[in-house]
Write a protein that binds this ligand. Structure first.
Ligand code: DAH
Length: 366
């Protein structure tokens, strides 16, 4: 059978097949090179893939059907290769790539589109800074779940059931937990402290760890409160850790955060999981300690809670990690609000701005 839409096949040897298919491919590429518009693409498709008169159909009728058995394979492979190439060209043409390649759609002399640069959110920036400061003192970074059990958020931190200290945490609870034992009930973690317990259960001492993360409380939103906020927890446990280590560590961290002229002082406080406990104040970074509106004329700003890990905490952990023997080891812990630190560092007066997603606010940090 002969048809002048395809070249003549002189034989079924490799060289003849190659010559015939090279000629077809050259035709194909030439045709694809001048496609402009959907009609031309459809025309091209019919010319090659049309069921009745397409060139592939003709090739199959003229060459494949009459091929001797040993030529079927080499012929079929070349046939399939050609078909794939046609389909690829059609896909490109449909996507408009072809026109771009010939220069019609892209004018390279036009100015480019400059991509907008992203910027770290002030909370993320403060988060990274806290991690960097403690990493430089050999601390590693831990994480834990935001949906937590009563056991890790409270009980293992020495908040017994019905203890009044639970009330200070304004807990948001997950619905439908009443049938479970209290310790398994789910809630939104109110602090990052539960990750202290989770981590100690997983690894023996020594530990030096910071835990940045999101926490939740049932607080009404105002300029200084948000139901979602962020904390960085710290934990250091080893043989012979003292309150002096705690003071030195936090004094250094506050100077790294706010500048070397900042002073710290420690006040007695109470947390169920530390004994003794302390609140840490820093000299007012706005007035240098002279007294101003920001520090309510006291010269000091309260920034974080801390203390020596209560031996009762090691008692809970020892159920899984016997190495936490309070006779042999001791440790300190601390927790600070990242949002407050970010607000002080960057002069942000309303915590709500941190969660508003307002680009006019955020682009100031770019
Ligand atoms: N978890 C406490 C809170 O959210 C903060 C805190 C205080 C953490 C003392 C500590 C600590 O690790 O030792 O109020």
């Amino acid at each position: 059978m002969s048809d002048d839409s395809i070249p003549q096949l002189r034989g079924y040897d490799d060289a003849s097949l190659d010559r015939a298919f090279a000629s077809l491919t050259a035709d194909l590429e030439r045709g694809a090179g001048s496609l402009n518009g959907a009609d031309a693409v459809e025309q091209f498709r019919l010319e090659w893939l049309g069921r009745k008169h397409g060139r592939l159909k003709t090739v199959s009728e003229a060459w494949l059907k009459t091929a001797p058995p040993e030529a079927r394979r080499p012929l079929g492979q070349r046939f399939n290769g050609l078909k794939e190439r046609i389909e690829a060209l059609l896909t490109d043409a449909a996507a408009g790539k072809h026109r771009a390649a010939t220069g019609a759609a892209i004018d390279v002399t036009l100015p480019g589109t400059r991509p907008q640069l992203g910027a770290e959110h002030p909370i993320v920036r403060t988060w990274h800074e806290a991690v960097r400061i403690f990493a430089a003192m050999g601390y590693s970074v831990g994480t834990g779940p935001e949906v937590e059990t009563d056991y890790y958020n409270f009980e293992s931190l020495n908040f017994p059931p019905n203890h009044p200290a639970r009330d200070t945490q304004d807990t948001l609870v997950v619905v439908g937990q009443e049938r479970k034992p209290l310790r398994d009930r789910l809630l939104m973690r109110t602090h990052t402290s539960p990750v202290q317990i989770r981590t100690m259960e997983q690894q023996p001492p020594p530990i030096r760890l910071v835990i940045p993360g999101k926490v939740h409380r049932n607080d009404a939103a105002d300029a200084t409160h948000s139901p979602i906020f962020h904390q960085v927890e710290g934990l250091c446990v080893d043989e012979g850790i003292t309150f002096g280590d705690l003071k030195g560590t936090l004094d250094h961290a506050m100077k790294a955060f706010f500048g070397s002229s900042v002073k710290t002082r420690f006040f007695p406080s109470f947390f169920p999981f530390t004994e003794p406990s302390a609140d840490v104040q820093i000299s007012c970074i706005f007035c240098g300690g002279k007294g101003c509106r920001k520090c309510k004329h006291s010269g000091w700003i309260e920034l974080l809670g801390c203390g020596m890990v209560d031996p009762a905490i090691f008692g809970f952990v020892r159920q899984k990690q016997p190495a936490y023997d309070p006779e042999k080891i001791s440790g300190f812990a601390f927790g600070m609000g990242l949002d407050r630190i970010a607000m002080m560092k960057y002069g942000i007066s309303d915590i709500g701005l941190l969660f508003s997603g307002d680009v006019r606010f955020l682009e100031q940090f770019a």
